[in-house]
Design a binder for this molecule. Structure first.
Ligand code: NDP
Ligand code: 2IT
Length: 445
C-alpha cells in the first residue's frame, strides 16, 4: 500500500463521519504520490500525517435573540488547519449544512490554495449552521455580534484573518468587524472583504469571479483560444457567479444561465449587463429567488435543476460542493463543453473530474481557479499593514499576475511529474511543496 493510501485509511478510520473531508483529502493525497515517491524526506518526517490533522479546532455556542424575542442557539466553528507559511486565512460560511466535515474539507483545500497564490497565508475556515435566509437585518446583526463575541478570542491580524464565503458577504463582514472593534478596541485588518471606506480593498468583491475567468483565459491561451464569443453556463447566483458573469461579458462571452438552491434559469438570448444588474439587485438587496428572473425576462425556469444539461462551450460551477456528478460531467462533454473553471470549492465529484481529465476538457480545479478571492484578501492585508489603499487598476493587475502565476506553477508541476495538462495533480503538488518544505524547516510542527 502506498504512503498516501495508508494515511488516507487512518484519516477515514479516525473520523468515519466526515465524507467531504475524506473526499478532499483523497484527491490531494492521491495526486501527491509522484512527489512522495521522488522525495523520501516527506514520508521519513511523517509530513502527511501532520498535514491532515488541523493545528486547532474551535467550536462554540452562539446564542442570539430573534425578532420575537425568542432565544436561538447555533453552533460556531473555526478550523485553524495549517500556519506553516502565514497566519490562518480563509472564509466563514453561514449555511444550515455547515458541520465539521464540510469545514475541514474547506480549510484543507484552503491550505494548498493559499500556498498557490504566492502570498504568505496559512489555511483556515470557519462558520456556523446559522441560516441567513429569511432573517431580518437585525437578526443577522445580533447573530454576527454573538458569533464574534466568542470568535474574537482566537483571531487577529497576525494570527487568523477570516473573510466571507457562502452566506457571508459585505453585510455580515460589517457586523462582525464592528463587534471585533468594540470588544478589542482595535481597528486592524482582522477580517478581509471589508467595505472600501473602512479598510477594504478595491476589487475584493469581484476577485473570485474575475480570477476564475482570468484562469480560464490562461487555460485557453495555452491552446491559442480566447473567451470571445463562447457560450458559458454559470451555476449559483451569489458573489462568485455574479462577478464571473460580469467579467465574461466584458470579454465578449455569452452567459446563458444562473441558478440557486431552488432551480436554474436558462436565457438563450444571453444575460446582458442590464439583466446582470437586475440579478445583483435581486440577490444582494432584495435577497429574492432566481426564479423571479425568469418571470421578469420570460426566460426558462427549471425547478430543482442545475445548469449542466444546457449545451455550452465553457462551464463555471459557482454555487457549492458536489454540484457536478459523473453523469453531469458526461453530459457536458457529450454536448461539446471543453472548459470547466471551478469558481466554487470542490463542485465536481471525483468521478466527474476524472471524466473531464480523460476527455481532455480544460479543467481548472477550485483551489487554483477560485484562488483570486483569497489572493485579493491577501492584498487587502498588505494594504491594511501599510495603511494605504491601492487603485482598482493596481489591484486588478496584481490579480491577473497572480492567476497567471498559479496557472504556470500548476501546469509546470503537472508537466514535471509526468501528467501534462492535469491541473488537479499540478495544483496539489505545487501547493504542497511549499507547505511541506516550510514544515520541515520549522522542526516538529
Ligand atoms: P453566496 O452565498 O454569495 O452564493 C452562493 C450561491 O450558491 C447562491 O446562489 C446559493 O443559492 C447557491 N447555493 C449555495 N448552497 C447551495 C446548495 N446546497 N445547492 C444549490 N445551490 C446552492 O456564496 P459565494 O458566491 O461566495 O460562494 C459560492 C462558492 O464559491 C462556494 O463554494 C464558496 O466556497 C466558493 N468560493 C467563494 C469565495 C468568495 O470569495 N466568496 C472564494 C472562493 C470560493 P441559495 O441562495 O438558494 O442558497
Ligand atoms: O474559499 C475561499 O477561498 C474563500 N471563501 C475566500 C477566503 C478569503 O480569505 O478571502
Amino acid at each position: 500500500m502506498s504512503y498516501a493510501s495508508e494515511v488516507l485509511e487512518k484519516v477515514i478510520r479516525r473520523d468515519p463521519a466526515q465524507p467531504e473531508f475524506h473526499q478532499a483529502a483523497q484527491e490531494v493525497l492521491e495526486s501527491l504520490e509522484p512527489i512522495l515517491d521522488r522525495y523520501p524526506k516527506y514520508r521519513r518526517n511523517s509530513i502527511l500525517e501532520r498535514l491532515v490533522e488541523p493545528e486547532r479546532i474551535i467550536t462554540f455556542r452562539v446564542p442570539w435573540s430573534d425578532d420575537r424575542g425568542d432565544v436561538q442557539v447555533n453552533r460556531g466553528y473555526r478550523i485553524q488547519f495549517n500556519s506553516a507559511i502565514g497566519p490562518y486565512k480563509g472564509g466563514l460560511r453561514f449555511h444550515p449544512t455547515v458541520n465539521l466535515s464540510i469545514l475541514k474539507f474547506l480549510a484543507f483545500e484552503q491550505i494548498f490554495k493559499n500556498s498557490l497564490t504566492t502570498l504568505p497565508m496559512g489555511g483556515g475556515k470557519g462558520g456556523s449552521d446559522f441560516d441567513p435566509k429569511g432573517k431580518s437585518d437585525g437578526e443577522v446583526m445580533r447573530f454576527c455580534q454573538s458569533f464574534m463575541t466568542e470568535l474574537c478570542k482566537y483571531i487577529g491580524p497576525d494570527t487568523d484573518v477570516p473573510a466571507g464565503d457562502i452566506g457571508v458577504g459585505g453585510r455580515e463582514i460589517g457586523y462582525l468587524f464592528g463587534q471585533y472593534k468594540r470588544i478589542r478596541n482595535e481597528f486592524t485588518g482582522v477580517l478581509t472583504g471589508k467595505g472600501i471606506g473602512w479598510g477594504g480593498s478595491k476589487i475584493r468583491p469581484e476577485a473570485t469571479g474575475y480570477g476564475a475567468v482570468y484562469f480560464a483565459q490562461n487555460m485557453l491561451e495555452g491552446r491559442g483560444d480566447s473567451l470571445d464569443g463562447k457560450i458559458c453556463t454559470i451555476s449559483g447566483s451569489g458573489n462568485v457567479a455574479q462577478y464571473t458573469a460580469e467579467k465574461l461579458l466584458e470579454l465578449g462571452a455569452k452567459v446563458i444561465s444562473f441558478s440557486d438552491s431552488n432551480g436554474t434559469i436558462y436565457d438563450p438570448d444571453g444575460i446582458d449587463t442590464e439583466k446582470l444588474e437586475y440579478v445583483m439587485e435581486l440577490k444582494n438587496i432584495h435577497r429574492g429567488r432566481i426564479k423571479e428572473y425568469a418571470e421578469k425576462y420570460g426566460a426558462e425556469y427549471r425547478e430543482g435543476e442545475r445548469p449542466w444539461s444546457i449545451k455550452c462551450d465553457c462551464a463555471f460551477p459557482s454555487a457549492t460542493q458536489n454540484e457536478i456528478s459523473a453523469a453531469d460531467a458526461q453530459q457536458l462533454c457529450d454536448q461539446g463543453c471543453y472548459l470547466v473553471a471551478e469558481g466554487a470549492n470542490m463542485p465536481t465529484e471525483p468521478e466527474g473530474a476524472h471524466i473531464f481529465l480523460s476527455q481532455k476538457v480544460l479543467f481548472g480545479p477550485g483551489k487554483a481557479a477560485n484562488a483570486g478571492g483569497v489572493a485579493v484578501s491577501g492584498l487587502e492585508m498588505s494594504q491594511n499593514s501599510q495603511r494605504l489603499s491601492w487603485s482598482r487598476e493596481e489591484v486588478d493587475q496584481y490579480l491577473k499576475k497572480i492567476m497567471k502565476a498559479i496557472y504556470t506553477s500548476a501546469a509546470g508541476a503537472a508537466e514535471e511529474f509526468g501528467q501534462p495538462g492535469n491541473l488537479i495533480l499540478g495544483a496539489n503538488i505545487a501547493g504542497f511543496r511549499k507547505i511541506a518544505d516550510a514544515m520541515l524547516a520549522q522542526g516538529l510542527v
